[in-house]
Design a protein around this ligand. Structure first.
Ligand SMILES: *Cc1c(COP(=O)(O)O)cnc(C)c1O
Length: 392
């Protein structure tokens, strides 16, 4: 037996210290501020000479609990929790870059991250360039003298494109760039980007870390020196996670492994089942040999994840007819929930992109994103099969 406990054990057993009530399960610390024994202790804490809770915008026992668990899972030195995934994406960039800096990003990014890079950061003189995953030999040419950061997402939402983390880790190191990886789709259970050289790992904890569609949350994890800068930025700009949400997310970390095992098992089963369907042009899933980057997915991911994309024959009209025929699967914008969810990116989450932009990131008109939930796999299959037949 190795001396370091396994992933599951750490996620459950690592916790912030108990209070003097000796509770077994972490309580919720709904307190805006924390008291000091005397004026000198207050001075020392503000001066960061001694650790401790000061004010919940800075830190709170519940967010500390969550951060300890997720840092153990990701293998990162330190971290901080934010009110949403987007606050984590924004904070990791805004805290570490300044006017005149440039970001090299993978083209397939979450919609709001794309808006940050193309509409928000340019207002403050931070520019970016997209690189295509299918053409990584070209990335060398995309690095500018003022490039400071690489920002990527793998697997991407919703195209399920996979970036070679070993390659990008070495590329970032060779060019002395900060590598940020949005690890939302994989979760730390399936993939740990820090192992491959990522300096910062970000999460929308809203998705699989919550796993039951209840609260928003985000995480910024990574090298201690960089996290210190992000902490400074966030402490003084204020996107802190509420103690209640931190408590939910820390509890959810305890079940992440078992939930992900089931999400992945059911997703693979459904992907295999629909691979030869007459109603579909294509089924895409990282752990299907037909995925263009299957070998890469196998190399860097423990399992294939909980998301499948289905490309229906018949474009937008068919995709919408199909969605309208579903009886159980929810039509909503979230993912990573215990309930299976269907989304049509071309008419919703990615409708702001032009058709050409969508094509570049692998979103055709008939593409459907299925977030496979924790219901019995046969019930999910039945719902999809029925709706496919009725939408013909
Ligand atoms: C949902 C999501 C985000 C944004 O997270 P929120 O919690 O909704 O703010 C960022 N990146 C990816 C890949 C996501 O799926």
């Amino acid at each position: 037996m190795s001396s370091k406990p396994h992933f599951e054990t750490q996620a459950i057993r690592i916790a912030a210290s108990k209070s003097n009530q000796r509770e077994h399960s972490a309580p919720i610390y709904l307190s805006s501020s924390f008291t000091f024994d005397n004026a000198e202790e207050a001075r020392q804490m503000f001066a960061e000479e001694i650790p401790g809770n000061i004010y919940s915008r800075y830190a709170n026992p519940n967010s500390t609990d969550l951060i300890l668990k997720v840092c153990a899972a990701e293998g990162t030195e330190d971290g901080l929790a934010t009110a949403s995934g987007m606050a984590a994406m924004f904070g990791s960039i805004a805290a570490l870059l300044q006017q005149g800096d440039h970001i090299l990003a993978s083209r397939s990014l979450f919609g709001s991250t794309h808006q940050l890079l193309t509409r928000v950061f340019p207002k403050w003189g931070i520019t970016s360039t997209y690189g295509d995953i299918s053409d990584i030999s070209n990335w060398e040419k995309l690095v500018q003298p003022n490039t400071k950061m690489i920002f990527i997402e793998t697997p991407s939402n919703p195209g399920l494109e996979i970036i070679d983390l070993e390659w990008v880790g070495k590329f970032a190191a060779a060019h002395n760039l900060i590598l940020v990886v949005d690890n939302c789709f994989a979760t730390p259970y399936l993939q740990q980007p820090a192992k491959w050289g990522a300096h910062i790992v970000t999460h929308s904890a809203t998705k699989y870390i919550d796993g039951q569609g209840r609260v928003l949350g985000g995480l910024i994890l990574g090298k201690a020196d960089l996290i210190k800068e992000v902490q400074f930025f966030n402490r003084h700009t204020g996107p802190s996670l509420s103690p209640f949400n931190a408590w939910i997310l820390a509890k959810s970390m305890e079940t992440l492994a078992v939930r992900m095992d089931r999400h992945c098992e059911s997703a693979l089963n459904i992907a295999q089942y629909f691979e030869n369907s007459q109603d579909l042009d294509f089924v895409k899933y990282p752990f299907l040999p037909s995925h263009p980057q299957y070998d890469l997915a196998k190399k860097q991911m423990k399992l294939g994840g909980g998301i499948i994309t289905l490309t229906l024959k018949g474009g937008i009209a068919r995709a919408q007819r199909f969605i309208d025929q579903l009886e159980m699967i929810s039509v909503t914008a979230n993912l990573g929930d215990s309930r299976s969810i269907i989304t049509h990116p071309a008419s919703t989450t990615h409708s702001k992109l032009t058709e050409e932009e969508r094509a570049k990131v692998g979103i055709s008109d008939g593409l459907i994103r299925l977030s496979v939930g924790l219901e019995h796999v046969d019930d999910i299959k039945l719902d999809v099969e029925r709706a496919l037949a009725l939408s013909r």
